[in-house]
Design a protein around this ligand. Structure first.
Ligand SMILES: Cc1cc2nc3c(=O)[nH]c(=O)nc-3n(C[C@H](O)[C@H](O)[C@H](O)COP(=O)(O)OP(=O)(O)OC[C@H]3O[C@@H](n4cnc5c(N)ncnc54)[C@H](O)[C@@H]3O)c2cc1C
Length: 242
C-alpha cells in the first residue's frame, strides 16, 4: 500500500475504468471467497481484487481448523458425543466473563448449515482424532482436535469435552507445503473460479479512487456489503449498489 489517504470521488468523475462487474470483492481470503461464491451463485458477475500475488490470504497459511460441533458425523465417527447445548455451555464458559450469548447461539444453531455449505464447496473432513494438547497440528492426518481447550480444566468439568476443531482434508497432501488452511482455501477458491468468479492480483498500486453508485436496487446484505467495500478500488461496480 502507498500509505496515501484514500479520498472518495463520484463515479461521474472517473474518465476510464479498468474493469466492471456486478459485484467487486476486495480480498480473496476466507471472507472474500465466501462472499464471491454466494454472489456468483446469486447470479452476479463477480470480480475479486487482491493486493497479493495469489488467492488464499492468511487463511491459506493458517491452521485451517473449522470450529464445528454439536454432534457432527465426524465427531460421531470418532466416538465422541456432543450436542448444541453442550457446545454452547462450553463457549459461554470459554468466552470470558461477559460472553456474547446471542453470537454463541447464532454460531452454534447454524453449525449444520455451515458444515454443509463447506462440504458443498469441496471441503472434506475426517472422523479421527489427534488427542494431544493445543499448539500443534495433527501429525498423521487426523481430522479432529480439541482446539478450544475443551479437554482442559476447568472446562472439562463444565461441559462434556468433545473435539471440535475440524481439519480440512486433501488428497496427495504434501508435508510442509499444504497446511489445512491451504486445503480449505484450495477447495473454496477452486469452487469460486469454476463458478466464473474472475480475479485480479497485485491490485494495490492501482487503488486510486472510490466508486460512487446511485441506482438503488434490492440486493442481499452480503452483496451490499461487498459493494460498500468495493469503493476503495478503481474498478466499477454498477448494478449491485446501495
Ligand atoms: C498462523 C495462523 C493460524 C490460524 N489458524 C486458524 C485456524 O486454525 N482456524 C481459524 O478459524 N482461524 C485461524 N486463523 C485465523 C484465520 O486465518 C483468519 O481469521 C482468516 O484468514 C480471516 O479471513 P479474512 O478473509 O478476513 O482474511 P484473509 O484470509 O487474510 O484474506 C484477506 C485478503 O485480502 C487481501 N487484502 C487485504 N487488503 C487488501 C486491499 N487493500 N486490497 C486488495 N486486497 C487486500 C489480502 O491480500 C488477503 O488475500 C489463523 C491465523 C493465523 C495467522
Amino acid at each position: 500500500m502507498t500509505g496515501q489517504p484514500v479520498t472518495p470521488c463520484r463515479a461521474a468523475e472517473i474518465e476510464t475504468w479498468a474493469d466492471e462487474a456486478d459485484v467487486v470483492v476486495v480480498g480473496f481470503g476466507a471472507a472474500g471467497t465466501s462472499a464471491a461464491i454466494e454472489a456468483v451463485a446469486a447470479g452476479a458477475e463477480v470480480l475479486v481484487l487482491d493486493r497479493a500475488g495469489a488467492a488464499g490470504g492468511a487463511a491459506a497459511m493458517s491452521d485451517g481448523f473449522i470450529y464445528l460441533g454439536g454432534g457432527t458425523p465426524e465427531q460421531h465417527a470418532a466416538g465422541y458425543e456432543d450436542s448444541i447445548e453442550n457446545m454452547k455451555t462450553f463457549l459461554r464458559a470459554a468466552c470470558g466473563p461477559a460472553p456474547d450469548e446471542a453470537k454463541i447461539d447464532a454460531y452454534c444453531d447454524s453449525i449444520t448449515e455451515h458444515r454443509e455449505w463447506l462440504l458443498a464447496r469441496g471441503v472434506r473432513f475426517l472422523g479421527t482424532v489427534f488427542p494431544h494438547a493445543n499448539g500443534t497440528s495433527p501429525v498423521d492426518g487426523e481430522g479432529l482436535m480439541f482446539t478450544g481447550g475443551e479437554n482442559a480444566y476447568p472446562f472439562n468439568t463444565i461441559a462434556k469435552p468433545a473435539p471440535r476443531g475440524h481439519i480440512p482434508q486433501m488428497a496427495n497432501k504434501k508435508a510442509g507445503e499444504a497446511s489445512a488452511g491451504y486445503m480449505l482455501m484450495k477447495s473454496m477458491v477452486d469452487t469460486a473460479t469454476s463458478l466464473g468468479v474472475r480475479a485480479e492480483y497485485e491490485t494495490s498500486r492501482r487503488t486510486s479512487c472510490m466508486v460512487s453508485v446511485e441506482a438503488p436496487c434490492a440486493v442481499p446484505p452480503a452483496a451490499r456489503w461487498l459493494a460498500t467495500n468495493a469503493r476503495t478500488t478503481p474498478f466499477k461496480s454498477t448494478p449491485w449498489c446501495w
